[in-house]
Design a protein around this ligand. Structure first.
Ligand code: PLP
Length: 428
């Protein structure tokens, strides 16, 4: 893998901040974009811009074709069975709000509800069976980003329901025995992060999906932190839903996706209403469009969807195994070197982890450390990382988090560790 060549495609990396070369280690928040992605979006606005699906004229048809091609590219990238199982959204947060809202409507629509309890909550051999009139529950884990927690929490609270939480140990590993026990409480949905944005833990999602399916419970996997780092195969994972953000995988902001198994997406009612998602409309009644359009109300972000397709093609153009190895090497190196700093405590020490390292240092506030190393050119994130319950679990106000992308180098790891060492000495 030629990192110099790769970095030349990310002009934003080649700059000085406060007179120091920029070391960008905030990739879990958002990755930088390669030239090809920027040019694709620009090209769309220069030559193809048009509203899609509605026009008979040349430009509209061209833009429609390009948008639907992008959908197919996303489907292939995550190994979805069909392109109609991909809904374009603004990103992970919108995808999860869509699901929480649509599930709420599904559960509280009587006709469909009776279908759900007869069809979906039975395992294939007919056992076990959910008790009738049970309280609405959703099962999440102790390490969720607020985006995969608050929408479900608000949804259950509106109906006097309950959020069940899978606990984790001190290393940041989920307790699967507790998970099994909680599944016996009949949550309607399980929602889990593939990779924690604070701890870097890679959760055993395939196993967790299998376990939930024994109870006929659908599983939502939050792939915000996994899709840029690992190959995703939603059919192999067998998850019912997989959500992600384009901007964390080298694509523009404002675009992302929701994968859902067609049989679930068919059942779920629409999330937003308006143009494009309808079939027939009268003052008395509206019928809805087929998948995927049923979930794409209004004018979508076509340019960003095309940018997302180009970002995927960019990643596909690299050897993904080599990329994984490179990122694993960066992580190994940073952990080994940081471990030599006095008073450091890693937050998240699972054996299977990826993409990032989080830590605190005795006597040093994460915010102060982040601010000082910023002046040395190093960009990291400090704080609760939109996962306050994780901070509570570890009894800390926040962490310093360095997160990696394929363009980072071992030299940057060294620059980062040196900056942390210097800052910690200054602050103690
Ligand atoms: N889920 C996880 C695990 C994340 O790391 C993030 C963002 O950091 C999100 C959800 C929310 O993503 P977005 O802000 O792109 O919607």
């Amino acid at each position: 893998m030629n990192i110099t060549e790769i970095r030349s495609q990310f002009p934003v990396l080649d700059q000085q901040v406060y007179g120091k070369p920029l070391v960008y280690l905030d990739n879990a928040a958002t990755t930088q974009k390669p030239l090809c992605v920027i040019e694709r979006e620009r090209d769309y606005y220069l030559h193809e811009n048009c509203n899609i699906h509605r026009g008979v004229h040349y430009l509209s048809q061209k833009a429609t074709e390009a948008y639907e091609h992008a959908r197919q590219t996303v489907a292939d990238f995550i190994h979805a069975k069909e392109a109609k199982e991909i809904i374009f959204t603004r990103g992970t947060t919108e995808s999860l709000n869509l699901l929480a809202t649509s599930f709420e409507h599904l559960f509280f629509s009587e006709t469909i509800n009776s279908q759900l309890s007869t069809d979906s909550q039975l395992s294939t051999d007919g056992e076990p069976v959910e008790p009738l009139n049970s309280q609405l529950k959703v099962l999440v884990t102790a390490m969720e980003h607020h985006s995969n927690l608050v929408p479900w929490q608000q949804m259950v609270q509106r109906h006097n329901g309950q959020l069940l939480v899978v606990p984790m140990d001190d290393k940041g590993v989920l307790d699967l025995e507790q998970y099994e026990k909680l599944l016996k409480e009949w949550p309607k949905v399980v929602a889990i992060a593939h990779i924690s944005n604070v701890l870097g833990t890679i959760n055993p999602v395939k196993e967790m999906v299998r376990m939930a399916h024994e109870y006929g419970i659908p599983v939502v996997v939050d792939g915000a932190q996994s899709i840029a780092h690992h190959s995703i195969d939603v059919q192999d994972m067998d998850c019912d839903f997989f959500v992600f953000s384009g901007h964390k995988m080298y694509a523009p902001m404002g675009i992302g996706g929701l994968y859902g198994k067609a049989e679930w997406l068919e059942q779920l009612p629409p999330y937003q209403f308006g143009g494009e998602m309808v079939d027939r409309v009268s003052f008395e009644k509206t019928t809805f469009n087929v998948l995927p359009y049923k979930f794409e109300a209004g004018t979508p972000n076509v340019g960003a969807a095309l940018g997302l397709e180009t970002a995927i093609q960019f990643m596909q153009g690299l050897n993904r195994k080599e990329v994984e190895q490179h990122e694993a090497q960066l992580l190994c190196s940073v952990i080994e070197k940081l471990a030599e700093i006095d008073g450091i405590r890693f937050i998240g020490e699972a054996e299977r982890r990826s993409g990032l390292v989080s830590f605190v240092i005795d006597g040093v506030h994460p915010y102060d450390l982040g601010t000082i190393i910023d002046k040395m050119g190093v960009a990291v994130r400090t704080g609760h990382h939109c996962a306050e319950p994780v901070m509570t679990r570890f009894g800390i106000p926040g962490t310093v988090r360095a997160s990696f992308a394929l363009y980072n180098t071992l030299d940057e790891v060294d620059a980062f560790v040196n900056a942390v060492r210097k800052a910690a000495t200054m602050l103690r």
